[in-house]
Design a protein around this ligand. Structure first.
Ligand code: AMP
Ligand code: MG
Length: 340
């Protein structure tokens, strides 16, 4: 399959242990293609989950598609579960999800689609190998017609060792849409969303060393981070450019290829815990592109504690050169670090 050939060019799987990322690239491509089509026709239709966040046909379809393409014996920690689909409204959604899956992977029965979604119920942890999936990261952006990402990370014994980010609306050499992929110790790459697109290219973070010249990004959703704190950091650093507001892990892609140099995600509440699927793929793409990612207090992100980054608060990602200065400015605007 062409996806495997492109991935092989990037990752030289014959000489690494991570040939399975070729499956990940293939899975994220298929889910990106299906969700791009859905974004054009969904018109803002969504269900509301117990935590009041929105979920769409596209979230479930993307999770089912990625789950079906990854090897069946692999464990997956995925954001969505299908019990939300057992209501009358949910059953209607399920029928549409099954149609989308059928259009990409003909022959998959409806009950197999439910199984594919539910298979992603691993709890994560510090041992073994498992995937971490956010089928539509930035659902609010997706519904607005803006940025979103299909985010798939690979964990081994508590560490993120690989990741693929599908960013169907991000500007790229093809015009719109690209994938980012990274393998621990082997660098980060930008690939075309469509298999016949521009050649893959190795990417790296910006060389901006002067904070004043930095472009910084933050979530487009005000309640997902502390914008007042971000403005305080920007002021201390002498950053003059207005923040680039963007949904999803596309922000990590922007840092990894040098479009921006700082991504701020200061905690908006004392109780919220970041989810591993919101950061695993972005983390490896940025670190393999030469950048740095910590929590807002400068602590390493610990992906080994289950479905959340339990001991971390907020996230700061930079091109590496600016990291120390950004954390120093953050320390001045943040309360004292909570106990881990
Ligand atoms: P973004 O598009 O950067 O705002 O990130 C989207 C992700 O934010 C979603 O996938 C949610 O899991 C996550 N999220 C939801 N509530 C919060 C919150 N209060 N603080 C931080 N992240 C949140
Ligand atoms: Mg998310």
């Amino acid at each position: 399959m062409a996806a495997h050939i492109i991935a092989a060019v990037c990752f030289d799987p014959d000489s690494t242990n991570y040939a399975e990322l070729t499956d990940a690239v293939c899975a994220v491509r298929i889910a990106s293609r299906a969700t791009r089509r859905l974004q054009a026709v969904l018109g803002g239709a969504f269900l509301t989950k117990d935590d009041r966040s929105p979920v769409t046909v596209a979230d479930y379809a993307a999770q089912a598609l990625v789950s079906r393409v990854l090897p069946p014996e692999d464990a997956i920690v995925g954001e969505e579960t299908s019990p939300d689909l057992l209501t009358p409204e949910g059953r209607e959604v399920m029928a549409r999800v099954a149609d989308v899956v059928e259009s990409e992977l003909p022959g998959v029965a409806v009950n197999e689609v439910g199984d594919a979604i539910d298979r992603c119920s691993s709890t994560g942890g510090a041992s073994g190998r498992f995937w971490v999936l956010d089928p539509i990261d930035g659902t609010k952006g997706f519904l607005r017609g803006d940025q979103y990402a299909i985010a798939l990370g690979l964990m081994e014994d508590g560490e993120v060792v690989g990741g693929v980010l599908g960013c169907p609306n991000l500007p790229s050499a093809a015009g719109r849409g690209c994938l980012f992929a990274a393998v621990h110790g082997r660098g980060a790459w930008e690939l075309p969303l469509d298999e016949d697109g521009p050649a893959p290219r190795r990417i790296g973070v910006s060389s901006v060393a002067e904070p004043r010249e930095a472009v910084f990004c933050e979530s487009a959703v005000s309640m997902h981070s502390d914008r007042g704190g971000h403005a305080g950091i920007a002021e201390r650093l002498g950053v003059t450019a207005a923040p680039v507001r963007m949904d999803s892990q596309c922000k990590y892609g922007a840092i990894a290829r040098g479009d921006a140099s700082i991504y701020l995600r200061l905690p908006s509440s004392a109780t919220y815990r970041e989810k591993i699927w919101d950061h695993a793929a972005g983390f490896i793409v940025v670190t393999e592109a030469g950048g740095a990612v910590t929590d807002a207090f400068g602590r390493e992100l610990d992906f080994s504690l289950g479905r959340t980054l339990e001991t971390n608060r907020g996230v700061v990602a930079t091109n590496g050169l600016l990291h120390r200065k950004v954390l120093a400015a953050a320390a001045a605007v943040l309360p004292e670090a909570p106990a881990a």
